[in-house]
Design a protein around this ligand. Sequence first.
Ligand code: SF4
Ligand code: SF4
Length: 264
Amino acid sequence: MPPARKPRLGVFKFASCDGCQLSVLDCEDELLAIAGAVDIADFREASRAVLEGPYDLSLVEGSVTTAHDAQRIKEIRAQSKALVTIGACATSGGIQALKNFGDVEEFRRVVYARPEFISTLATSTAIADHVPVDFELRGCPISKVQLLEAIGAFLQGRAPNLPNESVCIECKRRGNVCVMVAHGTPCLGPVTQAGCGAICPAFTRGCYGCFGPQATPNTASLIGELKVLGMAPPAVQRLFRTFNANAPAFRAASESVAAEASTP
Ligand code: SF4
Ligand code: SF4
C-alpha cells in the first residue's frame, strides 16, 4: 500500500514586509517537526521548489493592494482546504492601509518619479475582505507560539486555542507596572488583543496595538482616558493609525477623533 500523502502547506505573500514569513522560518527548533508532518508545497521565501496545489493549509501574509492581488487570492482560496491569514497586513490591511485615509493619486504623484508605472488600488485591504478566511493570526509580526498552535490545530482538525482578551490581562499576569497609571504613558493595551505577552509595557512603553482590536474594545472609554492624560486629538488619531489602522474598531476610533478635531 502506498504511504499516506502528507498534508500540503502553502505560504503565500501579498503586500507586506515579509516579517511574518520570517516568523515561520524563526520556528527553527520546531521547523523540522513541521517539515516532517507536512509537505511544504509552496513557500518562495524558503525554497524555489514548488509543488502544485491543492493545499490542505495555506498561510497568507500581506494585504490586497492591486487588481492582480484581488484575482490571485481567489485562485489561492480555490486551491486551499483551510486558509489562515498571518499578520496585521493580511488581517487588517497593514501600515500600507494608511493610504485608505488619503488620496492615492496624490501619493503616486509625490512619491514616484514615474507614477505611470505604478499600478495600485486606492485601498489596502484585509484578505478577509476578498475571500472567506478560516482563521486570523494577529500581530506585527505574528507570534511564533501562536503560529505553531494554529498549524497544529489545523493539522489535527480542531480550532486553535488562542486568547482574544486584551493586552491588559497579559500585562497583569506578567506582573508589569501599568505605564498608563504609574507614568501617564498612552497605551493601547486596554483595546488590543493579547498575544505579544505585553512586551512593550514590560519595557515601560505603551502598547502600540500590533495585534489589532480585541473582541469587544471600548475605544470611546480609552479615548476619554487619553484626553485626561493631555493627548490632543491629532495625537490620539495617530495612536490608532499604525499597523492596524484599517481594522474596523481602530478605524472608527481614529475617524471619531478626526471628526471631533474638525468640529469648530
Ligand atoms: S504584519 Fe508586520 S511583520 Fe507581518 S508582513 Fe506585515 S508589516 Fe511585516
Ligand atoms: S500598561 Fe497598558 S496594557 Fe498594561 S495594564 Fe496598563 S493600560 Fe493595560
